[in-house]
Ligand binder design. Structure first.
Ligand SMILES: [Zn+2]
Length: 451
């Protein structure tokens, strides 16, 4: 489901949903550091424009009605200057308004946009108005190419008993895994989790086995299969602190589990465990990539916490790419503080990891994604002499401009040369004419009279 923040990356939440000044604030206020007036406002989901124009307390507002196919619900954007018309279809992330800078017309507030999320249709303040930030949990940022953008997923254990997978899905998470077993201990929450994930994450779900190095790999794999409800996609979780691991031990577990029909997701192997408890072996011969962990500090929503596609957590390890990065264990998802994970490269990359058919290898997907980014995203200038930190045009846009200039100059330059040549050709005639004119107007010099 496509959801977007109502402002570009860099916004600030200036007032949250909840108690405020003895009353209840039924929306969230977004602003921009250094001044919000005139800043663009974007549709948080695709939908149809339902209201535009004057509204009590807002100055002006825009209201969008979202079909089921767009995720459903109704969103409101207040204190804005609308840029869309009633009845118009807008896409998720499309610009729909800008923040009204003028207190004379914005209902007398410091410029900001107030957004509301209504569960089904517009309702007066009260139940039926949702908390916008969780609803936006894994939203994309406007103008940042959603189709290939980084996607977020969750992994759950028995510690999050009764976890609401449907809520996580509605918050925009794209994949989910849950613990099946730990050594020879079966996780009692797994059977329910499996059903829930199949319902809410039908294309990207799996189980994980927390490997105990002291447990016989065959016994561990037997436990996992017996409890799994049928072999499924599997995340091997290799981080046992009781006993140091080794590449030989890990390989034995991979063999035992795949022999029982499990299909491997990237292997969850935190870099600190690989270097500190396995002596940094080569991982080049592993049949799949790595699921690393590298936590940022703090609690919050996944897309707020995510440290970015260039974060050192993504650096290859032991000769293997990092396919999935677990970047926090304290992200706010469906009302719990849990682990969150990122996959770069959007849906194509996710499809590859979770086994949707594709002709491309993960390496090819990655290369394609890199090319796509270079072609279509905004970048800061790489010049030492750059006098702005504003991002530059896309490579595609840049090439189109260069092409335009070259094309224009191929017409303009010969024309200019022709004008110049004509001027040169005319020069002798003009000089002769000028000389004649001068001769005609200059009085003839008289010779002095001889004495
Ligand atoms: Zn507000």
């Amino acid at each position: 489901m496509n959801r977007y923040w109502p402002m570009e990356r860099g916004y600030r939440v200036t007032s949250g949903f909840g108690l405020r000044d003895g009353g209840w604030h039924w929306g969230v206020d977004f602003g921009w550091p250094g001044g919000s007036g005139g800043r663009a406002v974007y549709a948080m989901a695709g939908g149809r424009v339902d209201h535009v124009g004057p509204a009590n307390g807002f100055g002006r507002w825009v209201c969008l009605n979202h079909d089921v196919t767009d995720g459903g619900g109704y969103t409101v954007y207040g204190h804005v200057v609308p840029e869309v018309a009633v009845g118009q279809r807008v896409e998720a992330g499309q610009r729909i308004a800008h923040i009204d800078p003028d207190p004379a017309t914005n209902a007398g507030v410091a410029p900001h946009v107030h957004v509301e999320v209504h569960e089904f249709t517009w309702v007066p303040p009260g139940p039926g108005r949702l908390e916008p930030l969780p609803w936006l949990g894994a939203a994309a940022y406007p103008n940042e190419r959603p189709s290939m953008s980084t996607m977020f997923g969750i992994d759950i254990s028995n510690h999050q008993r009764g976890f609401d997978f449907g809520a996580a899905r509605r918050e925009g998470f794209a994949f989910a895994t849950h613990k099946i077993s730990e050594g020879t201990w079966p996780d009692p929450c797994w059977p329910r989790a499996r059903t829930e994930m199949q319902t809410h994450f039908p294309e990207a779900w799996g189980g994980y086995v927390f490997c105990k190095v002291g447990t016989d790999p065959e016994l561990e794999a037997d436990t996992a299969l017996a409890h799994s409800g049928g072999a499924c996609r599997l995340q091997i979780d290799y981080e046992d602190l009781e006993t140091d691991g080794s590449i030989e031990d890990l390989s034995a577990r991979i063999t035992a589990l795949t022999a029982r029909g499990f299909e491997l997701l990237p292997i969850y192997l935190p870099r600190w465990y690989w270097s500190g408890h396995m002596c940094s072996p080569s991982l080049a011969d592993l049949p799949v990539g790595i699921w690393n962990s590298h936590y940022v500090s703090g609690e919050g929503f996944a897309s707020h916490l995510y440290p970015g596609d260039e974060h050192p957590g993504w650096a290859p390890m032991g000769g293997k790419h990092i396919d999935i990065l677990q970047f926090s264990s304290t992200a706010n998802v469906a009302g719990h503080l849990i682990d969150v994970n990122a996959v770069r490269g959007g849906e194509p990359a996710l499809d590859t990891l979770f086994g949707k058919d594709t002709d491309m290898t993960p390496d090819q997907e990655r290369q394609l994604d890199e090319i796509h980014r270079e072609l279509t995203q905004l970048y800061p200038s790489r010049s030492h002499y750059s006098d702005t930190d504003q991002p530059l045009d896309t490579m595609a846009g840049y090439l189109l401009n260069v092409d335009g200039r070259v094309h224009e100059s191929s017409i303009d330059l010969p024309a200019a040369l022709e004008r110049l040549q004509r001027a040169i050709d005319d020069l002798p005639t003009k000089i002769a004419a000028a000389l004649r004119e001068q001769a005609a107007t200059t009085p003839r010099r008289r010779l002095p009279n001889p004495r």
